[in-house]
Design a protein. Structure first.
Length: 110
């Protein structure tokens, strides 16, 4: 068993790195335990040596909650998005993609 102290759930970081595992995380103590690894090439030492780097990569990849909330408010309603997808398919256009890209450009990851 591997124990890691982290303010971010270790499951999110390991999943981000596509590592197959069983783990538990206690947010009140900020301690995670990796109970089982499913790839014999991934060792305890490998995880301990790389975890902080992976954590920073994860933080750089994931938008902040503030950015996500701004995007959520700006995106068209789901019914409108589905309608755009339908008409894009019928007409060979890319209006849905442009609408989503505009919001992502307006509120980039920080």
């Amino acid at each position: 068993m591997i124990t890691i102290k982290s303010n971010i759930n270790i499951s999110e970081i390991l999943s981000f790195k596509k590592i197959k595992f069983d783990a538990k995380y206690n947010p009140s103590t900020q301690v995670g335990e990796i109970l089982r690894l499913y790839d014999e090439n991934i060792t305890e030492e490998y995880i301990k040596n790389n975890f902080e780097t992976w954590k920073q990569e994860y933080l750089n990849y994931v938008p902040t909650l503030e950015t996500l909330e701004k995007r959520r408010k700006e995106y068209p309603p789901i019914t409108e998005q589905l309608d755009m997808m339908y008409w894009d398919k019928v007409n060979g256009t890319d209006n849905f993609l442009k609408a989503i890209q505009a919001v992502k450009a307006k509120y980039p990851k920080e």
